[in-house]
Structure formats: structure tokens, C-alpha cells
Design a binder for this molecule. Sequence first.
Ligand code: IPE
Ligand code: IPE
Ligand code: MG
Length: 222
Amino acid sequence: MNKLNHIAFIMDGNGRWGKKKNKGRNFGHIKGVETVKKIVKSCISLKIPILTFFVFSSENWKRPKTEIVFLFKLIKNYFSKEIDKVINQGIKINILGDITKLSPDLKKILNKSVKLTKKNKMIIVNLAINYGSKDEILSASNKVKGKINIKSFEKNLYTKNMPNPDILIRTGGHQRLSNFMLWQLAYTELFFIKKLWPDFNSVDLKRIIKKFFKTKRNFGAL
Ligand code: IPE
Ligand code: IPE
Ligand code: MG
């Protein structure tokens, strides 16, 4: 049977979900956070060791300032209000992406959350914030000292020391990667779901995992 170490999520469709409910895009982002919490809980009970969530892409700066400000406020509020729960659940928070561009208070709370959850062992939750895969690849190549090979290169990715995702799930109906983990997804099983992220639930997740276990992964061999 396939090993399942790592699931990555492109949680797309929040804005459309909020608009569909006539409550605006940001309402969808609020609901999106609830989905993240539920999915993390399910994955803890399913004993999945690593999750990665695409929270904010390096291209999402092109959105209206009001939405960007709202999104960052949502992340900040979550960690300031719920960090104790995160610690108690045994979640280890890890950030992928260039957070130097974020506001000082958000940076501070993210760094603090990483530090406070450092020793947690139940599950690793990677949050990709201001993450762009092309940037990650370029900066990793520039950071390698001496000869560049797969090993020395991968040591300079945000995902260093981590297995690559076994499953990628993108909700929201689009079949594209939007500059997400281009290197790490080389052999990942890809699942594109029509449902918008706020509607995604653990039944959907379990269905995908079941399919994954039935899939024969070849990695080029027979
Ligand atoms: C994904 O949902 C979440 C973020 C990019 C932060 P979107 O905001 O892209 O929602 P849609 O795709 O516009 O519906
Ligand atoms: C991808 O969604 C980014 C995140 C989920 C954070 P987008 O909504 O930004 O992707 P595109 O622009 O439709 O490709
Ligand atoms: Mg989108």
C-alpha cells in the first residue's frame, strides 16, 4: 500500500463562495479558516504526519488592498486567539514563503507561533504565506554552495527535510498549480475538486485518500 506522509492543499474558491451567499468575498475567507481547522482535526485522527496549506501566493498581492488587509488580519487573529488550542492539539506550525514582506506584527505572531509549537509531534502544518514556487526555486539555486545537485538544492527549499506531498488537493474547479510547489509536486497524485474550499469536508478528504491508496504509483518504474 502507498505510504501517506504529506497532503498539500490549494484551498481555492473562498471568494466565489462568499459571493454566492451574497455576503462578499471576505465572508468566504472566514469560512475558509473553519474548513482548515476541520481538515487539520480529521488529519490528526487519520494520523497523517504533514499538511501544507496554500494561504497566500506571491501573486495574490495583485488583489485589492482591502482583501489583502482582511486576509492578513484573519491570520493574525487566528494565531492570537487560538494559539493555545494549536499547542494543545500537538500541531507544529511551519511557514513556507517570504514573510519578510509582511507587517511587523503579523511577522511577530507567526514567528512566535512557530517557536511555541516547535516541539509538537502530532502533526506538522505548513502554511504557505507569500509563497511562490518560482521564487523558491531561484533562491534555492542561488543559495547552494559548491556543486548543485538534487540533494544540495532540496536542502535550500522551504520544505527541506520533509517528504514531498503524496497528494495535492485543489478545490474550486480550476486545474492549475498557480505557482505552488512546482518542484515538490513532480510525482504527487493530483486531485482537482469542483467544490469550493468552504464546502470541502472530511468526507471529501476520505474519498480522495481511499482513491490514493488504490492508485499504483510507479515513479517511472513498472
Ligand atoms: C483562495 O480563494 C484563498 C486565497 C487565495 C487567499 P480565492 O480568494 O482565490 O477564491 P476565488 O477563487 O476567488 O473564489
Ligand atoms: C491560489 O489561488 C492561491 C491560494 C490558494 C492561496 P488563486 O485564486 O490565487 O489562483 P489563480 O490566480 O486563480 O490561479
Ligand atoms: Mg482563487
